[in-house]
Structures are given as C-alpha cells and as structure tokens.
Design a protein around this ligand. Structure first.
Ligand code: NAP
Ligand code: MG
Length: 400
C-alpha cells in the first residue's frame, strides 16, 4: 500500500512524561505506517525548554504562524517541585500560556462521545463545547505579596499623560494583591471566533461572566459580545436558526447542569480552564476531551485537554504496566491532519483522519478500552488493556 503524501509540514510540538510516551506510540503505530508524515519538529519537553531558555516554545509558536497548523503533546508547567526534579535554571512559564499569548484566539474543547460511556449528568444528551478565551486575565497577571500595612493603588498612565487612579485597599497588615488585564481587540476576536464557530457547527452560543460584581472588567466582555453580535451576527444566527444567549455565570452553571447539551459555552480564560475539566470529567474522562486553539488570523493548534498524566508516568518508570487513554492525543493528530488536508486540498489526508477517528471509536464501542473507561462503561464483556495494546487494537481495527 502506498503512503499518503503531504505537501506542507505540520508543526509538531513534543511534550512530557506519559503523553510523550503515547506520542511516540501513536506516530509509530497509527501514523507513519500510513502517511509519509511531514512535520517540523519542536521538542517542548521540559529538558529542551530548559536547555534553550524556553526559546523552543517561542520558535514553535512562530512556526505555527508560518504554517497555520500545529499539533501539541501535553507539557509540564513547572512548579517548585519540578525545579528540583529537572534541575531548572528558571521556573519557565506554561508553554500553553506562551503559545496562546502569541497566537491569541480562542480554545474550543469538545468531549468525544462514544456509546457505552454515559455522562454523569443524566440530562446531557449531546456534547457541550467549551470556548475558552485564550488571552489575558489571571494568566497574564502580576502579583504582590504585601509584607505589611500599606496602601495598594491601581494606576493607569495614558500615553498623553492622563492618570487614572483607584485605591485597591488600605492594608493594616500583610496580604496579597493581583493586577490583571485584557484588551478590547482580543475580546473582540474571542467574540468573533465564538460566533463563527457557532455558525460553522450550527449550535447555540451561551456566554456568561460575573458582570454584576465586575462592573467594568466583566461588563466590557458582555458589551463587546453584544455590539459585535448586533452588528454582524444577529441576522446570520436567525437564518441559521441558532441563538446567542448571555447570562450571569452563576445562572449559566445552574442551567448547564439541567440542559441537554448541544451548545457552545463561551467562557473567560479562567472559567474555561476550570469548567472544561468539569465538563470533560462529567462526560466520562479527561482523556476524552479535544482541544483546539483557533487564532483570529486562522492558525490552528490541536492538543489533548488533559495533562502529562504524571502519576501513570512514574508507574511506567518503575516498570509497572500503565493503562493510559490516548484518545484525546490521537484526536489532536487527526484534527491537525484533517485541517492540514483541508488547507492543502489533500482529500486523502482528510479521509485518513476520519478513518482513524472511526477506528478509535469503534475499538472502544466493541469493548476494548483503557482502564479509565472500563471503570465507567455500561458495556458488558469489557476488555481493559494497557496503553500500548489499546493503540495496537486501534491499528487492527483500522487495518480491518
Ligand atoms: P493530568 O495529567 O491531566 O492528570 C490528572 C489525572 O487525570 C491523572 O492522574 C489520571 O487519573 C487522569 N487522567 C488524565 N489524563 C488521562 C489519560 N489520558 N488516561 C487516563 N487517565 C487520565 O493532570 P495533572 O496530574 O494535574 O498534571 C500533570 C502535569 O501535566 C503537570 O505538570 C501539569 O503542569 C501538566 N498539564 C499540562 C497540560 C497541557 O499541556 N495542556 C494541561 C494540564 C496539566 P488517575 O491518576 O486517577 O488514573
Ligand atoms: Mg486546567
């Protein structure tokens, strides 16, 4: 059988721990035997980030801007423990944070649904897609640990010299403070990405913030969404028979739990971070959630929503067997290959992505799955397999 050829390379961002192990298995078993895989490789594993002073992360984001499509493995965000473990020169920033800040845009996360894995929330019948704003707020904040009594102020100095000043708090003892920001341009592109994605996928769009408490910050998000909707999208939504709906975040959470699903829930950066873990867990497993960053200039970065699965990796290092679910990482590859195919007019590549996704889902639905799913499935006669045999089973399904 001749391999599928590619014209433009994918930007490949390798990562850490258990997902790095899965990454290689997926390439060896499911991709390279079928595709003449062309990638521009960036090693975002922590060792290489440390060695290059994190330049490799910046280079990989630049390459994504150049080629338009990237696929990323989960990576470690260093903390104090990692400083020792990897003997780091510095507590490097989250690669995802760096890439998001450089590409801007919105992260869309949707659960991969399969028969036999029922959502924990009884009413959910259709996937809920979380659209997470990928710029600013607490992820681009500065913080101070106030050592003792004193006055904290928020100051804006305009280019023209205008000064706007607010007192944050008069401390009478030690405390903490945080300054964060967002920019209208990024909020507007977040809104447009969400409205476009809703039209593309013909799903209602919900958006929620805490505008009753945050009367300037969150209210600006609400206003920008509404202005853009009224000006450019209201008629298109009517024609498509879909709805844009704004509500308070507390109300949104309550409604989500009672809904049937089948809509996009747009969230500010932090809300999206937290809510996507809740939604993916309730749909079955963190390992069944896809994630794509869509930038306003039309660049795409695909990844799994989960982390490096550290606990499993330590078992792997001790020589113990692991049963780590590779579905979201496989779907990161298929998402990227399909998009590459779409942009290059490469139908074979797009069809391959469909086939690999179908083989993955069929494998699970026929009863072969990793432990995380085996524990929660309603299917009977389940064959719970290890990390490697799951990927091999998918290959068998695909070849059949
Ligand atoms: P995690 O890697 O997502 O894993 C948390 C737990 O969820 C695991 O211990 C496992 O539960 C379960 N799980 C997640 N993915 C799974 C999979 N594919 N198959 C089976 N079970 C899975 O989160 P973490 O342990 O909090 O973080 C580990 C590292 O990942 C950290 O260094 C963090 O910085 C990084 N991280 C990276 C990204 C990213 O690159 N996008 C995102 C989040 C976190 P059991 O242990 O109960 O089996
Ligand atoms: Mg998170």
């Amino acid at each position: 059988m001749s391999k599928i050829t590619m014209t433009t390379p994918l930007v490949e961002m390798d990562g850490d721990e258990m997902t790095r192990i899965l990454w290689k298995m997926i390439k060896d078993e499911l991709l390279v035997p079928f595709i003449d895989l062309k990638t521009e490789y960036y090693d975002l594993g922590l060792e290489c980030r440390n060695k290059t002073n994190d330049q490799v992360t910046i280079d990989s984001a630049e390459a994504t801007k150049k080629y338009g499509v990237a696929v990323k493995c989960a990576t470690i965000t260093p903390n104090a423990a990692r400083m020792d473990e990897y003997d780091l020169k510095e507590m490097w920033k989250s690669p995802n944070g760096t890439i998001r800040a450089m590409l801007d845009g919105t992260v869309f996360r949707a659960p991969i649904t399969v028969k036999g894995i029922e959502p924990t929330v009884r009413t959910w019948k259709k996937p809920i897609t979380i659209a997470r704003h990928a710029y600013g707020d607490v992820y681009k904040s500065v913080e101070i640990k106030a050592p003792g009594a004193g006055k904290a102020e928020l100051v804006f100095t305009g280019e023209d010299g205008t000064v706007i000043k607010e007192t944050i708090h008069e401390f009478d003892g030690a405390g903490v403070l945080q300054g964060m920001h967002n920019v209208d341009k990024s909020i507007a592109s977040f809104a447009r990405s969400c409205f476009n994605y809703a039209l593309d996928t013909k799903q209602d769009l919900w958006f929620a913030t805490k505008d009753t408490i945050s009367k300037k910050y969150d209210h600006t998000f609400k206003d920008i969404f509404q202005e853009i909707y009224d000006a450019d999208y209201a008629q298109k939504f009517d024609a498509a028979g879909i709805e844009y709906f704004y509500t308070l975040i507390d109300d949104a959470v309550a409604r989500v739990m009672k809904s049937e699903g089948g809509y996009i829930w747009a969230c500010k950066n932090y809300d999206g971070d937290v809510m996507s873990d809740m939604v993916s867990s309730a749909f079955g497993s963190l390992a069944m959630m896809t994630s794509v960053l869509v930038s306003p200039d039309g660049n795409y970065e695909y990844e799994a929503a989960h982390g490096t699965v550290q606990r499993h990796y330590y078992k792997h290092l001790k020589g113990e067997e692991t049963s780590t679910n590779s579905v979201a990482t496989i779907f990161a590859w298929t998402g990227a290959l399909r998009k590459r195919g779409e942009l290059d007019g490469n139908k074979d590549l797009m069809e391959f992505a469909d086939k690999l996704e179908k083989a993955t889902i069929d494998t699970i639905e026929s009863g072969t799955m990793t432990k995380d799913l085996a524990l929660i499935t309603t299917l009977e006669n389940v064959n719970a397999v290890n990390s490697e045999n799951f990927i091999k089973a998918i290959r068998k399904t695909m070849e059949a």
